[in-house]
Design a binder for this molecule. Structure first.
Ligand SMILES: [Zn+2]
Length: 93
């Protein structure tokens, strides 16, 4: 009987320290998520995804567009067929 009681007490202690540990883990996780959410607003994540693709300028109107969407003609990129037909324009800063 005494032994069983000892085992039960040991188990109860084990469960208690485990739930304590779990609480610390959850608290740490919550703090981590809060800090992460504060340091990285949604706006920035969106911008980062945009930067993943190289941006090019339309040689005619100067509009920015992803390299994958531009119309290439020799060394120049254009935003649309019309601008590709017209060709590049000299722009001064
Ligand atoms: Zn254009």
């Amino acid at each position: 009987m005494d032994r069983e009681d000892e085992v039960w007490r040991h188990d109860r202690h084990g469960i208690r320290s485990m739930s304590k540990l779990l609480m610390f883990v959850l608290l740490g996780l919550a703090a981590y998520l809060i800090l992460r959410g504060m340091g990285r607003p949604k706006e920035r994540t969106k911008q980062k995804r945009r930067e993943a693709e190289k941006m090019v300028l339309c040689a005619h109107c100067g509009v920015h567009l992803p390299e994958g969407e531009c119309l290439r003609s020799g060394e120049h990129c254009y935003c649309c067929e019309a601008h590709r037909v017209i060709g590049p324009i000299e722009r001064r800063p």
